[in-house]
Design a protein around this ligand. Sequence first.
Ligand SMILES: [Zn+2]
Length: 237
Amino acid sequence: MTEKIYLTDAYAKEFEAVIVEKNGNALVLDRTVFYPTGGGQPCDTGTVTCNGIAYNVVETKKDGERVIHITDREADAKPGDKIHGAIDWDKRYMHMKLHTAIHLLDAVMEKRKAGSITGGQIYDDRARVDFDLPEMNREAAAKILEDTQKVIDEGRKVYPKILKKEEALGIENLSRTEPGRRLLESMEEVRVIVIEGFDMQMDGGTHVSNTKEVGKLVLAKFENKGSHNKRIEIALG
Ligand SMILES: [Zn+2]
């Protein structure tokens, strides 16, 4: 089990930890700020320094309750050794801004009963969002972005919160995907991201603490993928 610092403090950039397992160039630590790939958010990269030597962390992934850090070469270290870790903050901060932007976009769509998001993926410089929305065209997409921008500019607080299952099940649309709803049924406690006075979604990712930090939303691409499926790409100006 790895303590996941990023779940409670998305702004933690560096940390101290102890190696609990080492398999070749895979390291498991007792705690980490490295976000592992999941939920449409890419993993963090960065460095881990051990016994005075710095190693690049090229990938971070989840394995059950453990977080595995893949280094560019095998570390000269053993379980019990202390490390200092640091993530590539600029990249992670962009992921946070884009992740919050996707939640806002999704909430705007939900409130307009305009349709629903069927998939999403964050990249290092943009995010892709897929909708099931027959009447969506480029103009409609631009209008949704405009409405989303208004909420961004309102400077609403964004924060994680833990809900008990009973409470979570009573909230409509806490998860907007089918796998998410199934997951919700299986958990005792649920982590949600609250956008104050606007939205609440089940989520395991990292977010900014105020919508203002997202900045300026840009419609980078609109694609008609069929009668129902539309895809947009957003970037930040
Ligand atoms: Zn999310």
